[in-house]
Design a protein around this ligand. Sequence first.
Ligand SMILES: O=C(CO)[C@H](O)[C@H](O)COP(=O)(O)O
Length: 216
Amino acid sequence: MLIAPSILNADNLNLAKEIAAAKEAGITRFHLDIMDGHFVPNLSFGPQLVQDFKKQFPDLEAEVHLMSSNLRGMLPDFVKAGADLIEFHYEADYANQIPGWLDYLHDSGVKAGIVLNPDTEIRVLKPLLPKLDQILIMTVYPGFGGQKFMEVAPSRIKAAKDLAGEIPIEVDGGINAETAKLAKEAGATVFVAGSYIFSQKAIDQQVAELKRILEE
Ligand SMILES: O=C(CO)[C@H](O)[C@H](O)COP(=O)(O)O
């Protein structure tokens, strides 16, 4: 079980401090949400953030969740910035182009994942499985932190798990102490949590509570 905090709802002017607090609490991977204001109706970070993150925290994994359909324009920049894993949306390109982008990431020494929006059929993953290091099942519509975990999510996680075998299933959106449990029971092993970790009580307490739930 791995918790990958999303810094989307962290305090931008105190980002290094907040990341350090989560690291101190045992976090080894961070989820960096890249939103382009077009594929999703919000703007967040660019490659500079990823580069600065790796410079300051070289021992932490940078997982980039690319919410853009401009794969040609953006993937190389995030590879250059030092991302350890990049996951992009199935909905971002034509199905027949996606295997090539996954190969591009692997050839660049970066782990590759596919993200599915809540309305995309799970079966589209099937032909891609040999090229995937991780599958991200969105449990909200992407674009904003602080949304509610969708009721349909557990059955989608289970369907992805049944198809994916050993490939880790990650979940993102509305993850808290209760929904993490539901997602875990359905087969998820990687949990993105944003507002649960960064917008409530002390970061170390939130990480410890989520860890406790996931270890039960
Ligand atoms: O990808 C995302 C939104 O598109 C975020 O990672 C996600 O929403 C995390 O925030 P929260 O845990 O507050 O739901």
